[in-house]
Write a protein that binds this ligand. Structure first.
Ligand SMILES: Nc1ncnc2c1ncn2[C@@H]1O[C@H](COP(=O)(O)OP(=O)(O)OP(=O)(O)O)[C@@H](O)[C@H]1O
Ligand SMILES: [Mg+2]
Length: 234
């Protein structure tokens, strides 16, 4: 019998979901997907197949064509409470003329009333992303990889339960990539949050994730570490 203690609520449930922009031609169909607290799931597949669209659908920015999506216990189109969902888009959406700190504080603002708490969270996230020396610099003066780290810090400062990250490791050198990945993994495992990351580099995706979903020709092939399915489908 399941008791209250061993009942783990998934952070994401997708049932018979079809996504896309045209109801007569769906991009991806997902029969069933559940993501649990502490899990890291990578999504891979060719350019233009619908990876970003899948994340945008989970984020509530694009309506699904059909099916049911439950995000952090809330069924779409209802939204989860502010701050619970963290989204790092492929096009970062940073305020280019404003400083690193200002941008990160915008993230910390989600659901946090105390100014002191927002500042504290921002300082911590900027530090974790190795950007302390750049905190007063305007975004437009940063490199592509530094800007991605600001977007990651902005999301970490939110302390979200579910992070949707679209190619957030792009443009990073190996050393920076390792430290960013380590910081985000620590956060996810330590906070019992979950991470869904779009990653075009399959070997990197396998290395970082507990599950890899490969979108191929509109189908999702699950690939779970340590199972046969993993070896068969990728
Ligand atoms: N707002 C939109 N309206 C209509 N079609 C769109 C829109 N955004 C994207 N598309 C189309 O949907 C398809 C999937 O796009 P998406 O951005 O999800 O691909 P992707 O897998 O993330 O690709 P990439 O690896 O290049 O980032 C593409 O054919 C794209 O042209
Ligand atoms: Mg994309």
């Amino acid at each position: 019998m399941r008791t209250g203690d061993d009942l783990i609520e998934p952070l994401l449930v997708l049932k018979d979901v079809a996504i896309g922009y045209d109801s007569s031609a769906s991009l991806v169909n997902i029969p069933n997907l559940e993501i649990l607290p502490g899990e890291i799931v990578a999504i891979a597949g060719p350019s233009g197949i619908g990876k970003s669209t899948l994340l945008r659908t989970i984020a509530g920015l694009v309506s699904p064509i059909s099916g049911q999506l439950e995000v952090c216990g809330v069924t779409l189109p209802e939204s989860p409470p502010r701050g619970v969902l963290g989204y790092i888009p492929q096009k970062l959406g940073l305020v280019r003329h404003a400083s690193v700190r200002h941008n990160v504080e915008l993230g910390a603002r989600a659901g946090v009333k105390s100014r002191k708490e927002r500042q504290q969270r921002s300082t911590e996230a900027i530090d974790i992303m190795g950007l302390s020396e750049k905190s007063t610099e305007p975004i437009r003066r940063l490199s592509g990889g530094q800007q991605r780290r600001v977007a990651t810090a902005r999301t970490l400062a939110q302390k979200p339960k579910l992070i949707l990250a679209d190619e957030f490791l792009s443009e990073l050198d190996e050393e920076t990539l390792t430290s960013v990945l380590q910081a985000v993994t620590n956060y996810v495992r330590g906070s019992k949050a979950a991470l869904i990351v779009v990653e075009h580099d399959i070997s990197r995706a396998k290395m970082m994730a507990d599950k890899l979903l490969v979108i191929d020709d509109g189908r999702i092939n699950p690939f779970v570490k340590g199972t046969k399915a993993m070896e068969v489908n990728v």
